[in-house]
Design a protein around this ligand. Structure first.
Ligand code: NAP
Length: 278
């Protein structure tokens, strides 16, 4: 990649914390592979500073921003437009700058569905069970609904949040944990959208005996890459999809929105620090 010059276009991630973000590695590798004079940085922006960061984006002519916690909702009033997804989810993870017109997007759901498709899994016509109803779950539920899932059953600890999240899919409904076993018995796809599996002492997302070979099991957690849920699913003979794919594909969608070029997905996956096939 040529060095940074006076005409290099700048993109960045804003959030707090961002020190451990993989986005600079992923995007800089992509810019290099695409042969474009762009560079990607990381800015620590504490809570409450999201709107000022968007103002700075205008002033400095920053070409694209990735937005992470705690700014996904906070930046919205400072933007000119929102994509349908960002509007529906009330959350932005990518801002594009087209001649000073700033548009907020949410690429998590499209990234998730792309990660399924990359593994040969088409959610259209599938009966899906999503455990969790936080930010990641909401994007996934919305995208599964839009992709033609026959049913999107949301199982969340907090019932009210579960029911609001289920409303993001036309075919959504919310259940309690006591109904999870029954819902799984007729499901085609299980999604873990909780942090369960990150900690060594976490309880299982679902009891291992509820898993069966025809069920596709997907975990949004990518640290560790092979979560206890994915290991249990492999043992049960299920097809599995790990969380790395969503991480890479949501960045790929953001790259395409920012640069209007096709994303070098394999390069981005390698730069994420894992093997592309995971
Ligand atoms: P979030 O907004 O904080 O939501 C967390 C969700 O998990 C909530 O629904 C919460 O339930 C539920 N939950 C938390 N602890 C639980 C427990 N002990 N038992 C049962 N449910 C529990 O978090 P998020 O941003 O959606 O992220 C969720 C996970 O997805 C993250 O930990 C991360 O690993 C993963 N993620 C992956 C990607 C990717 O690119 N692969 C992207 C984003 C997130 P309540 O509503 O009842 O509190």
């Amino acid at each position: 990649m040529p060095g940074v010059t006076a005409t290099t276009r700048v993109a960045a991630v804003i959030g707090d914390p961002v020190e451990h973000s993989r986005s600079p590695s992923i995007f800089n590798a992509a810019f290099g592979a695409a042969g474009i004079d762009w560079v990607y940085a990381a800015f620590t922006v504490p809570a409450g500073g999201g709107a000022d960061a968007v103002k700075a984006m205008r002033t400095l002519g920053i070409a694209g921003l990735s937005v992470t916690m705690p700014h996904k909702a906070e930046v919205i009033p400072a933007l000119d437009h929102l994509s349908d997804e960002a509007d529906r989810l009330g959350a932005v993870n990518c801002i594009t700058n087209s001649d000073g017109v700033l548009t907020g997007h949410n690429t998590d759901g499209a990234g998730y569905v792309a990660s399924l498709r990359a593994q040969g899994v088409d959610p259209s016509g599938m009966r899906c069970v999503v455990v969790g109803a936080g930010g990641a779950a909401r994007a996934v539920i919305h995208a599964l609904g839009r992709s033609g899932a026959t049913e999107v059953v949301v199982c969340n600890r907090n019932a009210e949040r579960g029911s609001v999240a289920a409303g993001l899919a036309a075919t959504g409904r919310s259940i309690g944990h006591d109904e999870l076993g029954d819902a799984l018995a007729s499901a085609d796809l299980l999604v873990n959208a909780t942090p369960l599996g990150m900690g060594p002492d976490d309880p299982p997302v679902v009891p291992a005996e509820k898993l069966f070979p025809a069920l596709v099991v997907s975990d949004l957690v990518y640290e560790p890459l092979r979560t206890p849920l994915l290991e249990a699913a492999e043992t049960a003979g299920c097809r599995t999809v790990g969380g790395l794919g969503m991480l890479v594909h949501q960045a790929a969608v953001a790259f395409e929105l920012m640069t209007e070029l096709a994303a070098p997905v394999d390069v981005m996956a390698a730069a994420a620090g894992f093997a592309a096939e995971n």
